[in-house]
Design a protein. Structure first.
Lengths: 141, 219
């Protein structure tokens, strides 16, 4: 307010001061806001990513574990089970887990959940893993 | 406020009311400018937040995914083993070993998620690198993290730097000590994976399962 007014037209600098104050404060605020936004976004994102990851990891581990246990069985029933387990692992690996803005994320997650339920009934496993199925997956602001 | 001052100096013999008037105008000017600064700052914060929330979310999301993959898969594998044991070998002692380990893994998972939830709305817990990455990606400049010595231990040791032309282009970046509390959590995942591998060997389960756990451990 004092250094530049000497060089410039003092009347102009009074008129422009309004704008200048706003602009400089805006720049400062922008940096602070960016910092806050990143940190806030990160802590929210982390929780959501962790939830989806544990859910998908659980399904994958479950399918993979059963596949290992059944792999040497040659009876028709086991073969059918192995095929369904294989489908589940393929479904899980088919979409990127680390991109919350992936276009068909919700649909893909739903498909995996449905396939998991099918696997559970096929294995005669009581599907009391319901805590997972209700978890919201996602997403973005 | 040189123009205001010069007027007050020249007008010593003017009625008091006029002086009061000038003081009032001076106050009003300061108020107005103060308001402009406040408004500008607030607008800037809003704009900055709007522009960076999603990016922050994406960065955090990736981190969360990475952090929980091993735990999730371990829980799935142990659940499969538990079901299998119950169906194929009811009453075997292996069942309780599997169940115990599964409980440990579940507890660890819950604690991790709970900790992440707690950190929402709390002072920054992110590392310098992540924020810097995010800011760079947004095309915003920064100069220095303000923590050159690397020996600071508090999160609020922020410093703002000015470039020669006076623009504040640096970002206040929180610094943290090198020893993060999450270290113990990682150690515990490592331990759980080790116990899981031991169990697989003990029960004579397929080699493939052991190798998969080994992979999770090295990832």
């Amino acid at each position: 307010m004092n250094s530049e007014s000497g060089k410039e037209d003092p009347f102009d600098s009074i008129l422009m001061a309004d704008n200048r104050f706003h602009c400089e404060a805006y720049k400062e605020g922008l940096l602070e806001g960016t910092r806050q936004g990143l940190l806030e976004g990160m802590s929210h994102g982390k929780t959501h990513g962790a939830r989806l990851s544990t859910e998908m990891g659980f399904y994958y581990g479950f399918a993979f574990g059963w596949k290992c246990l059944l792999q040497n069985n040659t009876d028709a029933k086991s073969k059918k089970r192995l095929k369904t387990l294989e489908t589940l692992t393929v479904l899980i690996q088919r979409f990127p887990h680390d991109d919350p803005q992936y276009a068909t994320l919700l649909q893909d997650v739903e498909k995996v959940r449905a396939k998991f339920r099918q696997v559970c009934s096929m294995m005669n496993v009581p599907a009391d893993f319901r805590e997972y199925v209700n978890v919201a997956a996602g997403m973005s602001f | 406020m040189s123009w205001v001052k010069s007027v007050t100096v020249d007008s010593e013999d003017v009625f008091d009311e006029d002086v009061n008037d000038i003081i009032l105008q001076n106050k009003e000017w300061n108020n107005n400018m103060g308001k402009r600064v406040k408004d500008g700052y607030r607008d800037g914060v809003d704009a900055g937040k709007d522009a960076s929330l999603q990016r922050g979310f994406n960065i955090g999301y990736r981190e969360g995914v990475e952090q929980m993959v091993a735990v999730g898969q371990m829980k799935g594998i142990l659940s499969a083993l538990q079901c299998w044991c119950q169906l194929e070998h009811p009453g075997s002692p292996a069942f309780s070993s599997i169940s115990h380990l599964l409980q440990d893994v579940s507890r660890h998972e819950e604690a991790q998620i709970e900790r992440m939830k707690m950190s929402i709305g709390q002072p920054p817990t992110a590392s310098v690198g992540e924020i810097t990455e995010g800011v760079e990606d947004m095309g915003m400049e920064h100069t220095d993290t303000g923590c050159g010595g690397g020996s600071c231990s508090k999160t609020d040791c922020c410093k703002k730097e000015q470039t020669p032309n006076g623009d504040a282009t640096s970002l206040q970046t929180p610094c943290q000590s090198a020893t993060r509390p999450s270290f113990s959590a990682e150690e515990s995942v490592e331990q759980l994976l080790k116990s899981c591998m031991d169990l697989v060997v003990e029960l004579g389960l397929p080699e493939e399962l052991f190798r998969h756990l080994q992979q999770l451990r090295s990832a």
